[in-house]
Write a protein that binds this ligand. Sequence first.
Ligand SMILES: Cc1ncc(COP(=O)(O)O)c(C=O)c1O
Length: 499
Amino acid sequence: MKISQEETPLFSALKNYVHTNVLPFHVPGHKQGRGVPEFTSFVGPNVMGIDLTCMEDLDNICNPRGAIRQAEELAAAAWGADHAHFLVNGTTSGIQAMIMSVCSPGDEIILPRNAHKSATGGLILSGARPVYIEPDIDDYFGIAMGVSVERVTQALQQHPQAKAVFVINPTYYGVASPLADIVRLAHAYGAAVIVDEAHGAHLHFHAELPASASQAGADLIATSVHKLAGSMTQSSLLLVNEGRVDPKKVKAVLNLTQSTSPSYVLLASLDVARKQMALRGREMVDKAVDLARWVRSQLAEVPGLVLLDEAILNDSGCFGFDPTKIVANFRELGLSGHEVERLMRNHFRVQAELSDLYNALYLITIGDDHEMVETLEQGLKAIAAERERFNVVKYPAYLPSLPEQVLSPKEAFYSETRLVPLAEAEGEVSAEMIMAYPPGIPLICPGERLSREVIDYIEILRGERLSLQGTEDPTVTNVKVVKRYPALIRPRIDLAQIS
Ligand SMILES: Cc1ncc(COP(=O)(O)O)c(C=O)c1O
């Protein structure tokens, strides 16, 4: 029987379990909070009461046939897909599963260089070979745009055997690529389109925002419901559209990597967030868009403060823009994004989503109200007013160019390695990834040759105290490089890159 979006089958099953006062002789061992009273008294007995485990009336995530299945079917319908899988290890696990579902070892996949580190994880796990597309960089903001149809066409012409095209919809900063056109193009080459929609779970519910990946016809989509559609941190969806991918394979891959003990608190939050988005998503996202437009209008004339806005639609590869992401740039006042983040936090108790060399990013979501966004607006105005305008451009407006790819990420990951100081690593093949987090975009990936340009760029980031990650050495002073290639693997010096 078809159930309606008004219902929450999984959340209701959990509440039912709690209300029946069953004595739990099963994990989790805190037994609905009894065993950890200090924590229970802070987070509340209801949260602990529904922190349960797989059982008949609560279904099983590996082979769902009951409440989880119903909840997943409702989510698929709400996001316009054929199937949905609940994820409790974030969109990270969804991205890895998507790549593993469409690529076997040695297969090629076309992806933008600014893909999140989870895509590199997917490459290592699957053994796929990346064909990177370099997105255009907006010089003023120093950030990557989307990818253009021309670049994808070029990549597909040079790599017609590629199994998939990977697209980010939208980027962390709200920039959307011409996804529907890319889908048509990739499908014409027989490639699947897999989409990282970590920052776009709300797009499906508002006609004025860039199209959702499902609306654009993508085959696999990983979406962070927890980021922008109301569920709890770590809870995401993997959406599947039939035709080019095998839904059974996708499920088999998920069953390889996901926990057999998913948090029912997270799963229930997905169920309730889905209901809310299905019934009230349009109205709630509309409010967020209105609040963001209000902030933008108030900050439009502030000297020295520039917001990323629709003007970037003129940039190549930028097809759409999400106005709820407020990217504030103070470079004309000589402030880095990181300095803005710190000033806002220390003086106005406003915390940014991320900062980079140039920008601080503030997200306006379904959780905001006018008072909150007013505090944001006043803080940004005050910072601008306190600074003398002295037109300083502190940093070069570029990202390092694509390093030479010598080995596949998997080959490098499984090579014999040695540790060298990063400053002396020029010319070595990295066995690790290095990125600033957030946004988590790799500057170097396993298998790539470390160039002086990349090393210098990392030094600039370090000077700005941006959080560098990815190496075994937590200070990123040393990097693991390939000592010897695995016996059966010959180095491939000439993997074509698209630029
Ligand atoms: C672009 C992008 N993709 C994927 C992810 C991973 O998503 P999650 O945190 O849900 O695992 C992130 C996380 O910040 C991201 O920024």
